[in-house]
Design a binder for this molecule. Structure first.
Ligand SMILES: [Zn+2]
Length: 337
């Protein structure tokens, strides 16, 4: 039998939870910074070797690295590089998350155009098919959220897949109905809706995502495991959970044995496996993330394929793309018998 690494390298992969801000190579940002007459705070190779102090204000650090991207064509290049890097490790389809609040130098319309062009270019030269969601921060107002959704509608491209929301719920507290209208409107417009919940928030954050934000998917969702009735609901409704094991083990679970990946799989939850913030996790590849998950939760190869099929079913893509992804996975499974 081929090694786990060979198997995972060969397996067609789908990723749904990866922040584009956390994929920008230090060397590229160094080039961009120089054009502005600026320099990085550390060498490009060490940019993401953050001190605890940097990480205590993670969002400010993200603002800072995004500020090195000074022109829309540079963001286009970031997107193109991402698409190509995905293809190099056998990712067929990826949905990146981009949060406009980190990109005050560009309007949301500019962001949509730049990312669309970058993903178009990447795919044209053999890169992965990529789409993106635009993400709200939980600190924004209801009016700002609604304005973003209307801009998404006005500037829509086939690569703009949906609306998401992130931010530390432990700091902002529950946001109640503040974002309900924006998510409801996004759904009316046919956008997918994915919500960071069940990481910095517990089960109550997951319930809020489902009941108030009409989430089609959850980014993380792992802390739902603290509430058996909620897990039962997630399984019954087959709400996809975009789980990020390495990220969770770095930031959330002091005791790794408490991570519920195995329990969620055994319960029949719709689990996908993702990187979240690759550059902050040592330039983590999806292949390595899957290897760690396989090791950590003693996942069988069939379970690893099934997680990719779950991601293909949960993707905010057109039906032709979904069918192509599922066909590739079926063909891959047939190579194993
Ligand atoms: Zn995330």
């Amino acid at each position: 039998m081929e090694s786990l690494t060979q198997f995972l390298t060969r397996m067609p992969k789908v990723e749904l939870h990866v922040h584009l801000e956390s994929t920008m190579p230090g060397e590229l940002l160094d080039q961009f910074a120089r054009r502005q007459g600026r320099s990085l705070p550390r060498s490009p190779q060490d940019l993401y070797r953050c001190s605890a102090e940097d990480l205590s204000d993670f969002l400010a650090f993200l603002d800072r690295i995004c500020s090195y991207v000074g022109r829309p064509e540079e963001l286009t290049l970031v997107a193109e590089r991402f698409s190509l890097a995905c293809a190099r490790e056998g990712i067929l389809y990826a949905e990146a998350i981009l949060n406009p609040t980190h990109w005050s130098q560009f309007s949301p319309a500019q962001l949509i155009a730049a990312l669309t062009e970058g993903f178009d270019r990447g795919q044209a030269v053999g890169g992965a098919q990529c789409a993106f969601t635009l993400s709200l921060s939980r600190t924004q107002t209801e009016a700002e959220a609604l304005r973003l959704v209307e801009t998404m509608a006005a500037c829509r491209t086939p690569r703009l897949a949906g609306l998401s929301i992130d931010g530390n719920e432990a700091l902002t507290g529950p946001t109640g109905r503040r974002f309900h209208a924006a998510f409801h409107r996004a759904g009316q417009l046919g956008f997918g809706r994915t919500v960071h919940a069940g990481e910095s928030s517990g089960p109550e954050g997951v319930r809020e995502a489902l009941d108030l934000l009409e989430a089609d998917r959850l980014d993380h969702g792992v802390r739902a495991a603290e509430d058996p009735a909620l897990v039962e609901r997630l399984v019954r409704q087959q709400i996809p959970l975009n789980v990020c094991l390495s990220s969770n083990l770095a930031l959330l679970y002091r005791d790794p044995t408490r991570h519920p990946l195995r329990r969620l799989l055994d319960a029949g939850a719709a689990v996908t496996l993702n990187r979240d913030d690759p550059t902050f996790l040592g330039d983590l590849t999806l292949t390595e993330e899957l290897r760690r998950a396989a090791d950590f939760a003693a996942m069988t190869r069939e379970e690893l394929i099934r997680c990719q099929e779950t991601a293909a079913r949960a993707a905010f893509c057109d039906e032709a793309t979904r069918a192509r992804l599922l066909r590739a996975l079926t063909a891959f499974r047939q190579t194993l018998v």
